[in-house]
Write a protein that binds this ligand. Structure first.
Ligand code: SF4
Length: 450
């Protein structure tokens, strides 16, 4: 029984989870397009490929519900085939095959050629670095490595993505050049652990070398670093961030916690003192840099004292950007052997308290920006505003700059200098001023125009 006409032979790719999954979906769509297939991203099609996330409980639940939705649509005759790939499929394939047998086929995270075959396409090696980007035209993710060699006790990612594998610098420069030719101005560098880059391939941490190669790519104006790791942090990267105007004064470095016995149990290879010393070095070496971090509360054994230590530290460190997760008890991880003894409501309460502290810090930091002018990229127009970002803000996770679209006109995808007129807990409000600063000017004028 078919309820409505659907686009025949159109493959609809649905992406769940993180930026690395978005990247993988874009690679899949690039391959399908090169095989002459009609491809859509999260719109419609009679063949659906769901790229799932298997990271933590909420994400797993969302993935299972999405699979069930499409299986129901198949039963209703609204789609013909449903394929599932990505981390949840990699981690739980046998269970999923038993629990949801109406899926046509399940694929792991390293089975792109087999998935393409099932979709009537061939894997094309020559397409390395080519993909169908799904992000707004002005920015794109650049995945510089896959997998992770770190032993973090709470994390299931190595189970789903395997060991760390860096992509050669020349391939990444080629990919960045192709993206720039498509109009991409901002590259967001991603990996499971960005700072491990090169250890496998070049036998040394080589992120700084990679950055020096990428800043030479014509057309790229901003390069942003996500998912750095504290232990063994390659400090030569700080000089590149400070000296290279194209490398944003921004770093995302998930730190998870600060209590020594929890950091030990989490197998993070660092301590309260080492972490704080590293952050002081960031502040000293690159004073302009915005630091984003992510924390986990409610990890097994987290006491009120541990939590108080974390709160005091967040107050003291005054991160520009911060996110907080509640601990998720993930089977087959090292921490799964521990008792998940912090009640769910306490986990949620603690996460709320951390974000309460952070919104106050963010508000105070934002007040200092009123009257200053920042070079912003305008991502979109939404709800009567042009929505932009400074170099201190990554898409979807950080603050935004709102410009009244009734009184001002700005081109989306372009840069504009915005004078900040007001500030909330997270977002800024501003108006454009004439002069557009060219990318060759000095870092100081790059960010702030007095
Ligand atoms: S660095 Fe740790 S938390 Fe991050 S992906 Fe690797 S194991 Fe997981």
């Amino acid at each position: 029984m078919r309820t409505k006409s659907i686009k025949k032979n159109k493959i609809n790719v649905v992406t769940l989870g993180c930026s690395k999954n978005i990247y993988d979906s874009e690679v899949l769509m690039g391959q399908l397009k090169a095989n002459g297939k009609e491809v859509a991203h999260e719109t419609e099609g009679d063949v659906v490929v769901i790229n799932t996330c298997g990271f933590i409980d909420n994400a797993k639940e969302e993935s299972v519900n999405t699979i069930l939705d499409y299986v129901q649509q198949k039963e209703n005759g609204d789609v013909e085939k449903v394929f599932v790939t990505g981390c949840l499929s990699e981690r739980y394939k046998p269970d999923l095959q038993k629990e949801i047998p109406d899926v046509d086929q399940y694929f792991g995270t390293t089975e792109l050629p087999a998935l393409l075959k099932a979709l009537g396409a061939d894997y094309k090696h020559e397409l390395i670095g080519e993909r169908m980007t799904t992000t707004p035209k002005n920015y794109a993710f650049l995945k510089i490595a896959e997998g992770c060699d770190r032993p973090c006790s709470f994390c299931a990612i190595p189970l789903m993505r395997g060991g760390h594998k860096s992509t050669p610098i020349e391939d990444l420069v080629q990919e960045a050049t192709k993206l720039a030719a498509q109009g991409v101005k901002e590259l967001i560098l991603i990996a499971q652990d960005l700072t491990y880059y090169g250890l496998d391939l070049y036998k040394k941490r080589n992120l700084a070398e990679l950055l020096k190669a990428l800043v030479k790519v014509e057309g790229i104006e901003w390069i942003r670093l996500h998912y750095a790791f504290p232990t063994g942090f390659p400090e030569d990267v700080l000089e590149v961030i400070r000296e290279e105007p194209k490398v944003c004064n921004y770093i995302d470095i998930p730190l998870q916690h600060i209590s020594d016995h929890l950091l030990k149990s989490m197998r993070r290879g660092t301590t309260h003192k080492k972490t704080t010393d590293l952050l002081s070095k960031f502040r000293k070496e690159v004073p302009e840099m915005a630091i984003r971090t992510t924390l986990i509360v409610g990890y097994p054994g987290e006491t009120e004292t541990d939590f108080q230590e974390l709160k005091d530290w967040v107050q003291e460190m005054r991160f520009e950007r911060l996110g907080c997760f509640t601990y998720s008890h993930e089977e087959n991880t090292h921490a799964y052997n521990l008792e998940d003894n912090v009640p769910e409501e306490v986990k949620i309460q603690r996460a709320n308290e951390i974000m309460e502290i952070q919104s106050q810090i963010s508000w105070e930091l934002n007040q200092q920006k009123i009257g200053e002018t920042f070079r912003c990229v305008i991502d979109r127009k939404e709800g009567g505003y042009f929505v932009g970002r400074t170099e201190f803000d990554s898409p979807d996770v950080d603050n935004e700059v709102l410009i009244d679209a009734k009184t001002h006109y700005l081109k989306t995808g372009e840069f504009a200098n915005i004078k900040i007129t007001d500030a909330g807990d997270f977002d800024l409000y501003g108006e454009p001023i004439e002069a557009e600063v060219s990318s060759s000017s000095s870092p100081e004028s790059f960010t702030k125009i007095m």
